[in-house]
Design a protein around this ligand. Structure first.
Ligand SMILES: O=C(O)CCC(=O)C(=O)O
Length: 304
C-alpha cells in the first residue's frame, strides 16, 4: 500500500517538562514539592510550556503494603484538587503521574491511576494501570502489585486539546506493545504515548531505553517516560531515574540523570510525518496475514 501525503497528527510543536522527583512518606510534603517543582518548571522554561508530566506514585512510597494507606477518591481527593488548581494556575496540561486510587463503587478496590488535566483544570483522561507489575527475578527484584492492586480494563487514548490525540500507559504497561499500537492506529492516530513509570535498578538498565525506543519505532510516535528520582538515602524501592523522550525514529532527544531534575523537551510536529513518509511501516501492515485488533468496537478504549 502506498503512503498517503501526510498531515501530522501533532498540529503544533509541544513544549513539555518532566519532573523527576522523589516522594517520601509525608503526602503533604510530596504535594508541596510537586507544586514548587511545577512553579519552577514554568518559570525556568525558555519558551512557554504546554505540558508538565509527573512520575508514577509521586505522592506516596512505591510499596505494596502502603498503597491502601495513601489511596484517594477520584475526583474528590486532595491530589486531584491540587493538580487541577496547578493546571489552572499555569494554564498548562498536566499528565499527573500516578496515585493509588480507592474506588468504593468496586468493593473498595485500589488502582494505580493516572489523570491528565486540561489548562482549565478539567480531568481529560484517566488511565488505570492495566498490566500490574508482578515479577520475581532471583537475586534481582521481587514485586507483587497484585497483592493490593487491581488492574484497569481499558486502553486510554484522549485528545490533548488542539495538539492532537495521545495515549497513556503506566510503567509495566510499556512492556505490552498493544496499548501503543491502539493509540497510534486509525481511528486514534496519536502522536505520542505518555508513560509515568518507576522502573528499578535491575530492569531499568536492561530495558528502560530499549522499551521507550521500541514503542516509538513500532508506531512512529513520540514516547515520553517520567520516573521518580533515585532515593539512595531513603532506602526502600530504588527507581531507575533517566526520565526521557524518544522521537518517532527512536532517537532519545532528552534524558535526565538519576537525581531530582526538571527535564525539558520539544515534540517537533514535523518529525512525525517525516518518519512515517521515510519508513512507511504505518501503511504497510498486513492485516490480511495477522488480523487487526484495533478499530471501531474491537479494542476496549476509555471514552473519557
Ligand atoms: O517492567 C519493569 O521492569 C518495571 C515495571 C515497574 O516498575 C512498574 O510497573 O511499576
Amino acid at each position: 500500500m502506498s503512503s498517503p501525503v501526510l498531515k501530522s497528527p501533532l498540529s503544533k510543536s509541544l513544549r513539555i517538562a518532566l519532573i523527576q522527583l522523589k516522594a517520601g512518606a509525608d503526602k503533604a510534603a510530596n504535594l508541596a514539592k510537586v507544586s514548587k517543582y511545577i512553579d519552577d518548571a514554568v518559570a525556568g522554561s525558555k519558551t512557554k510550556l504546554d505540558l508538565v508530566m509527573l512520575p508514577e506514585c509521586f505522592n506516596s512510597p512505591y510499596a505494596v503494603d502502603q498503597f491502601r494507606n495513601y489511596a484517594e477518591l477520584i475526583p474528590q481527593g486532595e491530589t486531584t484538587n491540587a493538580l487541577a488548581s496547578l493546571a489552572r494556575k499555569h494554564k498548562i496540561f498536566i499528565v499527573g503521574g500516578s496515585i493509588p486510587e480507592l474506588d468504593p463503587s468496586l468493593d473498595n478496590k485500589i488502582f494505580n491511576t493516572s489523570l491528565t488535566f486540561s489548562p482549565e483544570g478539567e480531568i481529560i483522561a484517566k488511565h488505570r494501570k492495566t498490566h500490574l507489575f508482578d515479577i520475581d527475578i532471583p537475586n534481582g527484584i521481587t514485586f507483587k502489585e497484585l497483592v493490593t492492586l487491581t488492574g484497569g480494563d481499558k486502553a486510554t487514548v484522549f485528545k490533548l486539546g488542539e495538539f492532537g490525540n495521545v495515549g497513556l500507559g503506566i510503567c509495566y504497561d510499556i512492556r505490552f506493545p498493544e496499548l501503543a499500537s491502539i493509540a497510534s492506529r486509525s481511528p486514534y492516530n496519536s502522536f505520542a504515548m505518555f508513560y509515568p513509570g518507576a522502573f528499578n535498578t535491575t530492569t531499568g538498565p536492561l530495558h528502560w531505553h530499549l522499551l521507550a525506543r521500541s514503542r516509538a519505532v513500532d508506531n512512529e510516535l513520540f514516547t515520553v517516560l517520567c520516573s521518580p528520582a533515585r532515593d539512595v538515602e531513603g532506602g526502600g524501592y530504588q527507581a531507575y531515574g533517566h526520565s526521557l523522550v524518544a522521537d518517532p525514529l527512536g532517537n532519545i532527544i532528552a534524558e535526565a540523570g538519576e537525581g531530582e531534575e526538571i527535564l525539558y523537551a520539544e515534540l517537533d510536529k514535523d518529525l512525525l510525518p517525516k518518519a512515517r513518509e521515510g519508513i512507511p511501516v504505518h501503511y504497510q501492515r498486513r492485516f490480511d496475514v495477522y488480523g487487526d485488533f484495533v478499530g471501531e468496537g474491537r479494542a476496549k478504549v476509555s471514552d473519557l
